[in-house]
Design a protein. Structure first.
Length: 214
């Protein structure tokens, strides 16, 4: 899966376990035990654990890339005679992934002086978009919404399918099967600590969501 930077600064080199498979564009957090990057889960991670949008693919399969359509499908409507400008849009396609995150023979600890008691396991560095006001396009979102209006806990409320994303809709991160995915906030009383961004635009045909990070 994919993310495209429109206006952002990358905070690079957060550590992630080599075996962790995540797609670029996912919303990630720092694990409370290992301090490694994992998919953000609202049942496990508060806003203090969260980092931002993952900039790199670490998954073995399902990777895509978001590209600009330089030609578009601009045309003259034959009925009205109006010029329909549909140029310079975005589309996603399969991405050829390099095997940098697929090295099964890396078995040594990353800190050679740590010894058996300080075993960390093989890790890689990944970039994460963390800067507020970053403008990104991602396909890592779920067609779901949540109405959690809790003011203190991070317990998850019911998710409903078929969410329609509109400009300025607020976003949070999911849980369970939706962990790491952006989901729509449907309650006006949603706890501020779990609002992570807003919708700039939604292209249902391309399956892409334009967002601004908070």
């Amino acid at each position: 899966m994919a993310v495209r930077e429109i206006n952002a600064v990358i905070a690079a080199d957060f550590n992630i376990a080599a075996a962790t498979q995540l797609h670029a564009g996912a919303y990630v957090a720092r694990d409370t035990t290992s301090a490694l990057v994992v998919a953000a889960d609202r049942n496990l991670h508060t806003s203090g654990n969260c980092l931002g949008i993952l900039a790199d693919d670490t998954a073995r399969t399902g990777n895509t890339i978001i590209s600009v359509d330089p030609v578009g499908s601009t045309y003259i409507d034959p009925v009205t005679g109006n010029f329909i400008a549909n140029n310079n849009g975005y589309y996603k396609a399969a991405k050829r992934a390099l095997g940098d995150y697929q090295d099964e023979i890396v078995t040594n600890v990353t800190n050679l002086t740590a010894g058996a008691g300080g075993f960390q396991g093989p890790m890689r560095g990944v970039g994460v978009f963390t800067t507020p006001s970053s403008n990104l396009i991602t396909d890592q979102f779920a067609l779901a919404s949540t109405n959690d209006s809790s003011t203190s806990s991070i317990a998850d409320a019911a998710f409903s399918g078929g969410a329609t994303y509109l400009t300025n809709d607020l976003l949070t991160y999911g849980t369970g099967a939706n962990a790491g995915l952006l989901v729509k906030i449907s309650s006006a009383n949603f706890y501020n600590g779990k609002i992570i961004g807003r919708v700039d635009d939604y292209n249902a045909a391309a399956g892409l969501l334009g967002i601004t990070l908070f």
